[in-house]
Design a protein around this ligand. Structure first.
Ligand SMILES: [Mg+2]
Ligand SMILES: [Zn+2]
Length: 197
């Protein structure tokens, strides 16, 4: 039996990092800090053979006149570096820099960026054809993360201190923090004793 390949797709803001600003946006390297337990969660995933990718909507350049695309790209690179340093693992970022009005296919709840993330690890593949070989999760704090994950066909886990299930009548798994979510995902792991690295 082929080993299961494991990929955790993570939302960024409100899941891995939190804003120091009142409006919740992060536009500079000084405006964020880790969500509680997030570094440990990244280490836990890496140490248990999980590949990781970040799938995030970052529309700030369309919302604030002083925020440029370059600045957001720099920020994403900086946060990626910080995540990779704590996890000691490569964590590619798949960023939608568009805003709602652009009607792109990569802005969650659309699954375009999740598909790109999956194809980075599995070129040309989709979850319908690769279902037996891949265990893929999408974890995020918003309903749009859950919808994107479900739309792509991944397992989904919400991260929120209040029941996301109350939003839109959806029923799905949610945990208070990313670390709780990751511990839960590891319990569901179909190949707990295999180290793929
Ligand atoms: Mg979020
Ligand atoms: Zn987009």
């Amino acid at each position: 039996m082929k080993p299961i390949k494991k990929l955790a797709m993570l939302d960024l803001n409100g899941t891995v990092i939190k804003s120091r600003r009142d409006d919740g946006f992060v536009t500079t390297r000084d405006e964020w800090t880790w969500e509680d337990g997030a570094p440990e969660a990244l280490q836990l995933l890496a140490n248990n053979g999980w590949m990781m990718a970040v799938v995030t909507n970052q529309p700030a350049e369309h919302r604030f006149p002083n925020v440029t695309h370059q600045r957001m790209e720099y920020l994403m690179g900086y946060v990626r570096g910080a995540m990779e340093e704590v996890a000691q693992s490569s964590i590619p970022f798949f960023v939608c820099y568009h805003d709602v009005k652009h009607s792109c296919s990569c802005r969650k709840p659309h699954p375009g960026a999740l598909r790109r993330a999956f194809n980075y690890f599995c070129p040309g593949g989709g979850l319908t054809t690769e279902r037996d070989e891949w265990d893929v999760w999408m974890v995020g704090d918003k309903l749009s993360d859950i919808e994107a994950g479900e739309s792509f066909g991944a397992n989904v886990c919400g991260v929120n201190s209040t029941p996301l299930a109350s939003l839109g009548g959806f029923q799905y798994r949610y945990r208070p923090t990313l670390l709780d979510a990751v511990k839960d995902i590891l319990l569901c792991d179909r190949s707990p004793n295999e180290d793929l690295h």
